[in-house]
Design a protein around this ligand. Structure first.
Ligand SMILES: [Zn+2]
Ligand SMILES: [Zn+2]
Ligand SMILES: [Zn+2]
Length: 140
């Protein structure tokens, strides 16, 4: 992705432009699979852990990334498509590969039926995680 587009994307999400933000955003754009803080730490040794955490946090707050619920351990993040500063709005599935352990956002339309909740419960979002074998693993 071009430098100017990364800048624009940060601006659209009301984020100040820093080297770290540019690098992290670019990394997310280049990866289809979800990214963990550990991946970022391995990749960007020039930034300390706190800076990377803050970057992820500000991206999540401002609608660039969303946290993907995992079973335990470290959280992974996926790139948002059209969320804005005000709110996240997506109902897509996440796919977790039981072979390589990667997680990714699945953007093909899925119909997620609204859950029937007891009275006085209000739904905000539904997280759907599908477990299976990803395309990379199944072609090996
Ligand atoms: Zn989002
Ligand atoms: Zn896999
Ligand atoms: Zn996602």
């Amino acid at each position: 992705m071009k430098y100017s587009e990364l800048k624009k994307s940060l601006k659209n999400h009301k984020l100040r432009i820093t080297d770290c933000r540019m690098d992290v955003l670019e990394y997310f754009q280049e990866h289809t699979k979800a990214v963990s803080i550990k991946d970022l730490e391995d990749k960007f040794q020039e930034y300390d852990r706190v800076t990377l955490y803050r970057t992820l946090h500000s991206f999540e707050e401002n609608g660039l990334l969303h946290k993907i619920p995992g079973d335990s351990g470290s959280a992974v993040y996926g790139l948002c498509k059209d969320c804005d500063v005000a709110a996240h709005h997506h109902n897509h599935m996440h796919f977790r590969c039981t072979s390589c352990g990667s997680t990714e956002c699945i953007d093909t339309p899925v119909e997620i039926k609204a859950a029937t909740l007891p009275d006085n419960y209000e739904m905000a979002s539904i997280d759907v995680i599908v477990n299976g074998i990803c395309n990379q693993c199944s072609s090996n």
